[in-house]
Design a binder for this molecule. Structure first.
Ligand code: HEC
Ligand code: HEC
Ligand code: HEC
Ligand code: HEC
Ligand code: HEC
Ligand code: HEC
Ligand code: HEC
Ligand code: HEC
Ligand code: HEC
Ligand code: HEC
Length: 349
């Protein structure tokens, strides 16, 4: 009984904490669990017959990686409709018969066939909008579990929050296409990956709308070119499929991720500034900030969060005081990330 109560409390907390996300996720949770049918190759008919009735889906799959993937004769391969939707033998027979009856003018018979619930049910294919998140993920994982991104999918925050691959990806409707800048920027390349929205950031903003404002702040990492394409985007720092680090970082830690591009901040330094070693997030807002250089707060307030006493006055005085003027503390303590100068012990050079 106690455990049951605990489960309820945890469930309540989880749903109450993120109301804006939960409405989206509730739709995933409500679906009835139907077991995924096992793949039976004897039920496969191949792709050639589908276009007759599903021209749109066939056309939309054609430019994607799934269609272009190498055909594997031994089993259903990525380019086969049936490897995702299940064997179509019965489906095809059912709908071709119905079609034939209608053509022959036997409308009543056709209607009777279509109204035969058991037959119609047997003839139905795997429809992804009727599956739970767990089932969708299992379906994609048939092929994707070996890829490096997905070794860490299990147990990550997104999986635990019951997201499915289809919250971010779309197989037939993806509007995202690679741009001319694709070769230049790793993130722009990501924007061709069958994402559900036109850009990667828009895909994430579906749920993380609060990050959107960073694009418009005085100092931002989410800066864009004249075509409003992100030059640096979410996957420059985050791995949406899960990571070994905190906050879904691409690498093991926040700092390691920043060093990928800001290598000079890695050091080694003769005189280190310990908060820098601990985490760049001690002083920087990584998405965007209304202060210069993505700072959490302006100096001297930034420094005063930790330094309130020392060899000299660390509390800002009058407006013309050296401690407030110009770049404030960093006018003198310019090497705030660490110093290699023999007399840089006070991070001044
Ligand atoms: C003769 C026409 C016809 C052909 C050929 C056909 N389908 Fe269908 N398919 C339909 C109809 C009609 C529906 C809608 C059924 C409904 O809404 O209940 C459908 C629905 C589907 C669905 C949605 C899930 C469902 O069962 O409602 C999938 C997936 C699907 N078809 C895949 C395929 C594939 C793959 C092929 C080729 C192997 C194929 N179909 C060939 C007529 C056809
Ligand atoms: C890699 C897996 C995959 C392959 C291959 C695939 N589909 Fe789909 N299909 C999906 C998913 C996922 C959806 C749900 C909508 C979406 O993500 O675009 C879907 C939706 C559909 C639907 C339902 C209508 C809709 O738009 O929701 C039909 C019909 C369909 N697919 C037919 C086909 C046909 C025909 C082929 C082969 C040309 C095919 N699919 C190949 C995964 C796949
Ligand atoms: C039958 C095997 C198979 C299934 C099932 C499958 N995929 Fe794939 N997928 C592939 C192959 C093969 C590739 C191409 C890999 C390559 O080119 O390196 C691919 C590529 C992709 C890509 C990269 C697209 C790009 O443009 O680079 C995405 C995203 C993807 N799949 C998502 C999914 C999702 C989501 C599902 C479940 C709805 C799914 N796949 C189901 C085999 C599969
Ligand atoms: C929270 C959003 C999100 C979810 C959920 C998600 N993906 Fe992705 N996926 C992305 C983004 C963004 C990219 C492009 C950036 C990258 O490669 O990391 C991507 C890229 C991919 C690629 C291409 C990788 C490459 O290097 O070419 C594959 C394959 C893929 N996803 C499969 C899946 C599968 C399978 C699932 C479900 C288990 C899934 N994704 C769930 C956001 C997501
Ligand atoms: C320059 C690297 C970088 C980029 C680019 C970036 N992030 Fe982050 N993000 C971080 C860091 C670092 C944290 C952890 C911040 C902290 O702990 O103070 C974080 C935290 C988050 C969090 C968790 C917030 C929380 O309070 O726990 C979300 C959600 C998030 N980012 C979404 C996004 C989205 C969406 C994008 C793309 C529009 C994005 N991020 C782009 C570095 C980045
Ligand atoms: C369908 C909704 C949805 C989408 C789309 C989505 N997320 Fe999330 N994200 C969540 C939820 C739910 C959580 C967990 C929140 C929590 O536990 O506090 C989360 C958590 C996170 C976190 C924090 C992880 C941590 O350890 O605290 C980051 C970072 C993040 N998401 C980045 C992204 C990025 C990048 C994308 C786009 C590629 C993305 N998300 C797309 C729903 C989503
Ligand atoms: C994918 C590469 C990349 C990663 C990863 C990255 N940055 Fe940056 N960062 C940049 C680029 C590009 C600029 C802009 C440089 C310019 O305008 O000269 C920048 C600018 C900055 C600035 C200066 C902003 C300004 O307005 O002057 C700070 C501070 C910063 N990054 C901190 C971080 C932190 C902290 C992290 C880790 C959470 C991080 N960066 C991760 C590429 C990256
Ligand atoms: C103790 C606070 C603090 C920490 C921690 C910190 N920074 Fe900074 N950072 C600053 C200040 C202050 C500035 C602005 C310096 C100025 O006014 O010239 C700055 C500026 C920057 C800039 C832009 C100017 C330049 O020097 O290139 C980058 C990039 C940067 N920081 C990256 C990082 C990275 C990466 C980390 C983590 C390894 C980090 N910072 C940790 C305080 C900090
Ligand atoms: C998150 C807390 C924190 C912030 C913010 C911070 N510092 Fe520090 N700082 C420290 C710690 C801890 C030390 C190491 C003190 C020690 O070793 O006794 C240190 C050391 C120093 C030293 C060297 C003094 C010594 O005794 O080695 C200087 C100079 C300094 N900080 C200046 C600054 C300036 C300027 C800023 C603002 C740009 C700043 N700090 C922001 C925590 C912080
Ligand atoms: C006009 C130049 C100047 C400005 C502005 C300045 N400092 Fe200093 N700071 C120094 C000098 C010089 C020393 C070394 C004093 C010594 O060794 O006797 C020092 C030493 C320090 C130390 C080490 C003290 C100790 O006890 O070892 C800290 C911490 C520090 N400053 C923080 C700050 C902070 C925070 C600000 C902004 C409010 C600031 N400083 C502004 C010149 C300055």
């Amino acid at each position: 009984m106690r455990i049951l109560k605990l489960v309820f409390v945890i469930f309540f907390c989880a749903t109450a904490a993120a109301p804006f996300i939960s409405s989206k996720l509730a739709a995933n949770a409500k679906k009835e669990i139907v077991p995924l049918p096992a793949q039976d190759p004897s039920q496969f008919v191949g792709n050639s017959s589908c276009a007759e009735c599903h021209a749109e889906q066939v056309a939309r799959l054609a430019p994607t990686a799934h269609h272009k993937a190498k055909a594997d004769k031994a089993s259903a391969s990525a380019q086969s409709c049936e490897s995702c939707h299940g064997g179509a033998k019965v489906h095809l027979e059912f709908h071709l018969t119905a079609q034939k009856l209608i053509k022959e003018g036997k409308d009543a018979e056709a209607e009777a066939l279509q109204n035969d619930e058991t037959k119609a049910k047997n003839a139905s294919m795997i429809a992804f909008d009727k599956l739970t998140a767990t089932q969708i993920n299992a379906s994609c994982m048939q092929c994707h579990s070996q890829m490096k991104e997905h070794a860490v999918w299990r147990g990550n925050k997104h999986e635990k929050a019951k997201l499915s691959c289809l919250d971010c990806h779309s197989m037939h409707h993806s509007p995202a296409a690679p741009t001319a800048d694709s070769k230049l920027f790793a993130t722009a390349q990501a924007e061709g990956k069958l994402l559900k929205r036109r850009t990667e950031a828009d895909t994430c903003f579906q749920c993380h709308g609060d990050v959107r404002k960073a694009q418009f702040q005085r100092s931002t990492h989410l800066f864009r070119n004249e075509n409003r394409e992100h030059q640096l985007s979410c996957s420059s720092c985050h791995e949406a499929h899960g990571s070994i680090g905190e906050k879904l970082m691409r690498t093991g830690s926040i700092n390691e991720t920043c060093y990928q591009c800001h290598t000079e901040k890695r050091g080694p330094f003769l005189y280190e500034h310990s908060p820098v070693r601990e985490s760049c997030a001690n002083c920087h807002k990584s998405h965007g900030s209304n202060n210069t250089a993505l700072l959490n707060a302006r100096a001297p307030m930034l420094c005063q969060q930790c330094h309130i006493q020392g060899r000299h006055q660390t509390v800002a005085g009058y407006s013309n005081s050296a401690f407030t003027m110009n770049r404030s503390c960093s006018t003198c303590h310019a090497a705030v990330h660490g110093s290699n100068h023999p007399s840089g012990i006070n991070l001044q050079r």
